[in-house]
Ligand binder design. Structure first.
Ligand SMILES: Nc1ncnc2c1ncn2[C@@H]1O[C@H](COP(=O)(O)OP(=O)(O)OP(=O)(O)O)[C@@H](O)[C@H]1O
Length: 324
């Protein structure tokens, strides 16, 4: 039986006048790998940030294993959700092993600062944690590089190290934000195998990715965000076959497009403006072209000065232009 690990209900995130995520309901069940896709700017990372407490949603709730999460990243990690970032965030001057040990701080008595400062309490906790960290490094294939500085690892291995560090907090759900960005096809294939292996450990996975082949091979279920709204959700086959998804990626309008109403308004306004222009031309034909040209010149002068008034720089340049 599938049980929900993560349940987001009616999540909306606004930044001033911009609604980046709009009324999204979303569930990840135990044992699932779920993909979140969508064109650039669709709201995927914003939604991730709402799930992990980095943003407090303007509306809606996020629950993990039936309990509503507090909107604080460290409490979300403590509850059992770990994540990686679109832009890798490692401790560049710490070793590979130390990076994973830091990731264990929510599961040890020692706090993050103790881990960073390597105090005496941390040394004992480190001994207890080291075997676990080495296990994780072996799992992602980096055990031989335990003493390398993180910044010296090739890009693909840095991404794996970030995953190992996330796993160190012993999550029940792992969120991966573009885990294959910048990887070559071979590295992407290894990451795919790694994600399957993570799921086999009993950890549910939610992944954002632009590489469609990766997503459709990997995921049990895929949700598509477009302009902040969930457009389609289903198996890889269902999503791939949905013409609205193709249209959204190609930037073509489609029935039910979240931007459809706005596009219709713009079209109507343009049509109205064209009609008004046509009427003006007809009037000019009727009642003396010379007068109307003079009128329209004076109107455009007034318009220009209006724009210039509202922006100091343009006002200056207009003034200079006139002086010359
Ligand atoms: N902190 C913020 N303040 C204001 N606007 C933001 C903020 N974060 C994101 N946005 C806006 O919200 C919208 C969604 O952005 P988001 O980064 O979530 O999209 P995305 O689907 O993750 O895009 P990409 O695939 O390019 O990473 C964009 O219009 C973006 O400019």
């Amino acid at each position: 039986m599938t049980t929900p690990v993560l349940e987001a209900r009616d999540v909306t995130m606004r930044f001033g006048g911009l609604t980046a995520v709009r009324s999204v309901d979303f569930t990840v069940n135990s044992g699932e790998i779920v993909g979140l896709i969508g064109p650039n700017g669709a709201g995927k990372t914003t939604f991730f940030n709402c799930l992990t407490g980095l943003y407090v949603p303007t509306e809606g709730t996020v629950a993990y294993q039936g309990k509503v999460l507090p909107p604080k990243p460290h409490l979300v990690t403590q509850a059992g959700i770990a994540r990686t970032f679109q832009n890798i965030r490692l401790f560049a001057n710490m070793t590979v092993l130390e990076n994973v040990l830091v990731g264990r701080h929510t599961r040890t008595k020692e706090g993050l600062w103790s881990a960073l400062l390597r105090g005496p309490g941390f040394r004992k906790a480190e001994r207890d944690s080291e075997a676990k960290a080495m296990e994780l490094l072996a799992f992602v294939g980096l055990d031989a590089k335990r003493d390398h500085l993180a910044r010296n690892l090739p890009y693909g291995e840095q991404r794996k190290l970030e995953i190992a560090r996330a796993l160190a907090s012993e999550p029940g759900l792992l969120l991966l934000d573009e885990p294959t960005a910048g990887m070559n096809p071979q590295e992407t294939r290894t990451t795919e195998e790694l994600v399957f292996a993570i799921r086999d450990k009993g950890i549910a996975v939610l992944v954002i990715e632009h590489d469609m082949r990766f997503i459709f091979n990997l995921c049990d279920r895929v949700a598509v965000l477009v302009q902040g709204e969930k457009l389609v959700e289903g198996t890889s086959d269902v999503v791939q076959a949905d013409e609205r998804v193709v249209a959204a990626y190609l930037g073509e309008p489609f029935e039910g497009d979240p931007g459809e109403a706005e596009a219709a308004e713009v079209e109507a306004a343009e049509a109205a403006a064209e009609t008004a222009d046509a009427d003006d031309t007809a009037d000019a034909d009727d009642s003396g072209a010379a007068d109307d040209i003079a009128d329209s010149d004076s109107r455009s002068d007034a318009d220009t000065s209006g724009v210039a008034d509202s922006t100091g720089e343009e006002n200056d340049s207009t003034t200079k232009g006139e002086a010359q």
